[in-house]
Design a protein around this ligand. Structure first.
Ligand SMILES: O=P(O)(O)OC[C@H]1O[C@](O)(CO)[C@@H](O)[C@@H]1O
Length: 428
């Protein structure tokens, strides 16, 4: 993973090399704190040990019991689905991957109608084993399998904590199961059983993903000038401090669109604390040049854009044309056009004084993805240290969970009563 901060210097808001030099002393101190947390496998910091702590053999052993399926369905939500989905949607496989990470009845019904349930592995993932959406979806999927005459106990892999509903289910029915890593919040668990079981089922090289994570580990250093991950974390923090309250992450690769969704949870749930944080906006190049770019370039000077691309990609030629007006396209290629648009958008933002950071990987493969995921996790941890926030907790999401559970009769929660006190101003 390579980071170029050049287009974040002297912009609005912007950085200077003097700013970064001054910040580098704080990066050194933060790195010492992070290194100590990793050394002690402290809660949260343990995530940055995953490339060495993860056990690929245990993951392969857990999935080996399933013949190569036609499809794998992940039933999870948040970090229990997005890591796996990022890898599945970035890498090609003859095993189709699907995700149920919402409780939209139309979507769930349509998906179950299309799935070859007798040749699908259901990968149900929940660290807590209590997440309503995941458990509700699993109960619906299990019934659909039974209705299809499929023995769900033969088609289900459970990844969960040491206790809770899913652990009970796995123990009761002797289901193949994998543990979730101790001390690792879900949004940081892509490089563990949580994110890698699907990759193994799809035939991807799990060791290569972890090798990429180790590349990221080895790049951590006591200076932002020696660590792309820390450079990104420090620059985004400093830009936020100077008013860049939104970080639009814009990968120029369809295969990295889900990566932006994964990044959004990582950034928002880790850094949105105590009135601080930086709003991750999900964008996609070149598509959003015809959409959100107008706001990024000419809207309020309160954002930065993170432009992500692989520097190598398979390509498709653009045929020559008889139309003079399109002669510049003929004989070029889609990849050539996409790269031209990446660089043009980058320059367009710079010309409008909008800070933008370039993040590049060689190609979208297992190792590069492992390093990219690790790098953004490390960047997030560094940002959290610099911002002095509690990076690894997410207390603000609990209120709504209690309210929803109370509305469904799942307990007496004051939050549910508050729902009835909603102010109304209805316009029909
Ligand atoms: O893996 P679990 O416990 O089902 O949690 C799923 C997701 O829900 C959250 O706990 C937020 O509610 C996320 O942090 C987590 O990734």
């Amino acid at each position: 993973m390579r980071v170029d901060l050049g287009n974040a210097l002297e912009t609005t808001p912007g950085l200077t090399t003097a700013t970064l030099d001054r910040l580098d002393d704080r990066v050194a101190a933060a790195h010492e704190r992070i290194a100590a947390g990793m050394a002690d496998d402290e809660f949260g910091y343990a995530a940055l040990n995953l490339p060495e702590a993860a056990d690929p053999d245990a993951i392969y052993a857990a999935v080996d019991g399933f013949d190569r399926p036609e499809a794998v369905l992940t039933v999870g939500i948040g970090g229990s689905a997005l890591g796996a989905a990022t890898l599945s949607n970035a890498l090609s496989s003859d095993v189709d991957a699907y995700v149920l990470d919402n409780v939209d009845p139309d979507d769930t019904r349509a998906l179950l109608a299309d799935l070859p349930l007798d040749d699908t592995v259901v990968n149900v993932v929940s660290k807590s084993g209590t997440t309503a959406e995941t458990l509700a979806n699993f109960l619906v999927v299990r019934e659909a399998m039974a209705d299809a005459g499929v023995d769900w106990t033969e088609r289900t892999l459970v990844t969960t904590g040491e206790a809770g509903n899913l652990r009970q289910l796995a123990d009761r029915h002797d289901l193949p199961s994998l543990p979730v890593p101790d001390g690792v919040p879900g949004r940081f668990s892509a490089l563990s059983t949580v994110g890698l079981a699907v990759a193994a089922l799809q035939g991807h090289d799990v060791e290569a993903v972890l090798a990429g994570g180790r590349d990221g580990m080895e790049s951590l250093a006591g200076s932002l000038y020696e660590s792309p991950a820390y450079a990104y974390g420090a620059a985004t923090y400093a830009l936020a401090e100077r008013g860049a309250r939104t970080n639009a992450v814009m990968p120029y690769a369809e295969s990295l669109e889900t990566f932006a969704e994964w990044f959004a949870q990582l950034w928002a749930e880790s850094l949105g604390k105590d009135g601080l944080g930086q709003t991750p906006a999900r964008a996609l190049g070149a598509t959003d040049q015809h959409s959100q770019l107008q706001l990024y370039r000419a809207g309020p000077p309160d954002k930065l854009v993170t432009l992500v691309r692989p520097t190598e990609r398979a390509d498709v030629g653009i045929p020559e044309t008889e139309l003079d007006g399109l002669a510049y396209l003929g004989g070029s290629s889609l990849g050539g056009l996409l790269d031209a648009e990446f660089e043009a958008t980058e320059a367009s933002l710079a010309a409008a004084d909008v800070p933008n950071v370039r993040v590049e990987i060689d190609r979208v493969d297992e190792r590069a993805l492992g390093e990219l995921l690790y790098g953004m996790e490390a960047a997030c941890v560094l940002y959290g240290e610099l911002a002095s926030v509690s990076t690894f907790t997410q207390p603000a999401v609990e209120w709504g969970k209690k309210a929803a559970r109370g509305l469904l009769g799942g307990g007496d929660f004051a939050e549910a009563e508050a729902v009835d006190e909603k102010r109304e101003l209805r316009i029909e």
